[in-house]
Design a protein around this ligand. Structure first.
Ligand code: NAD
Ligand code: UDP
Length: 321
């Protein structure tokens, strides 16, 4: 099959391209490099079955040749990125998603939307299952991302009902691993690069807020299963192993062997207090569950960052939020 991966030069998209090529299928990777990097797919350039198209999916999406599936991952994803690119984030969630849905409709292709746990906002229900409607501040700073993804989910549903597009929605919870941009400002990259540079680990607020961390290989298995079926979703994909931010800092310090201190900075506005997925639906409809323990995944991610010393050094200069 031939899969169009929007956002394919990003962290998750590039791993998805790898998985599809590795099983002998073809990929058309479409990316405007707003937050992604050519380096992430450099090893695929020249592979039979891989094509790279530099384009903004918010302005249109036409991919010559056959299309059997469209995996729509294009969107800034880290809070500093979407706060820096608010209008672009809203555009790719709305126009970009519609362009990707139209492409799937024209080809009678499977469509998978990469939505997010952020549709639950600062959840009043814990842990979060797919039938929870969420608690999003529609005019808060994070709304450019949260509402764009909520609109993208509504649009996906409407294309399924109106045009019979074989469309499904996944809600991805915090995922980490090799190829995260060292300067994306997310917790995993900040803490690892800070620990490796001997800089203070920046805990926002008192560090009692929680997140649940999924290793990238686990997540990609889930996305591929979703591409291969006709499930509509939404389906949560994440690792229910939940950490406070303060405990996660200690884990990174232990696994890096770093003597960095921790420092407390202001908590960003509307930062969700708790987040943990219920994954019974993913287990039932996809036969999916994460296999990589957080400690093992973080160790692998640290090793990867150690292999990128220049990126890690520059991350120090960029600083935290
Ligand atoms: P990323 O920033 O590494 O990748 C996003 C990619 O989309 C980048 O390569 C970027 O250049 C591209 N892009 C952005 N706007 C575009 C546009 N208009 N046209 C074409 N390409 C565009 O982020 P990621 O972590 O790989 O996230 C990928 C997807 O998964 C996003 O949709 C994100 O919302 C979703 N997601 C990720 C996580 C996570 O923890 N990583 C969690 C929830 C949801
Ligand atoms: N965080 C932190 N220090 C950092 C980066 C993030 O304490 O240097 C916290 C942030 O306030 C949030 C959690 O870690 O509570 C996860 O943040 P991230 O930006 O990775 O993603 P989010 O889950 O908020 O989208």
């Amino acid at each position: 099959m031939r899969v169009v991966v929007t956002g394919g030069a990003g962290f998750l998209g590039s791993h998805l391209c790898d998985a599809i090529i590795a099983r002998g299928d073809s990929v058309a990777c479409v990316d405007n490099l707003a937050t992604g990097r050519p380096d992430n797919v450099a090893h695929l350039m020249g592979s039979p079955g891989f094509t790279f198209v530099e384009a903004d999916v918010s302005s249109g999406l036409d991919v010559p040749g056959p299309v059997d599936a469209v995996a729509h991952l294009a969107s800034p994803a880290s809070p500093p990125d979407y706060l820096r690119l608010p209008l672009e984030t809203l555009a790719v969630g709305s126009h970009g998603t519609e362009n990707a849905l139209r492409l799937a409709h024209r080809h009678g292709a499977r469509f998978v939307l990469a939505s997010t746990s952020e549709v639950y906002g600062d959840p009043a229900v814990h842990p979060q299952s797919e039938d929870y409607w969420g608690n999003v501040n529609p005019v808060g700073p994070r709304s450019v991302y949260d509402e764009a993804k909520r609109f993208a989910e509504a649009l996906t549903r409407a294309y399924r009902d109106t045009h019979s597009v074989n469309a499904g929605i996944i809600r991805i919870f915090n995922t980490y691993g090799p190829r995260m941009s060292a300067r994306d400002g997310r917790i995993v990259t900040n803490f690892i690069t800070q620990a490796l540079n001997g800089d203070p680990l920046t805990i926002y607020g008192d560090g009692s807020q929680t997140r649940s961390f999924c290793y990238v290989d686990d997540l990609i298995r889930g996305i591929v299963s979703m591409i291969d079926c006709t499930e509509t979703g939404p389906v949560n994909l994440g690792n229910p192993e939940e950490f406070t931010v303060a405990d996660f800092a200690q884990l990174v310090l232990r696994l890096t062997g770093s003597a960095s201190p921790v420092e407390h900075l202001a908590l960003p506005v509307d930062d969700p207090t708790r987040r943990c997925p219920v994954i019974t639906r993913a287990s039932r409809v996809l036969g999916w569950q994460p296999e990589i323990r957080v400690e093992d995944g973080v160790r692998r991610t640290i090793e990867w960052f150690r292999s990128q010393p220049e990126e890690v050094r520059l991350a120090s200069a960029a600083g935290s939020r």
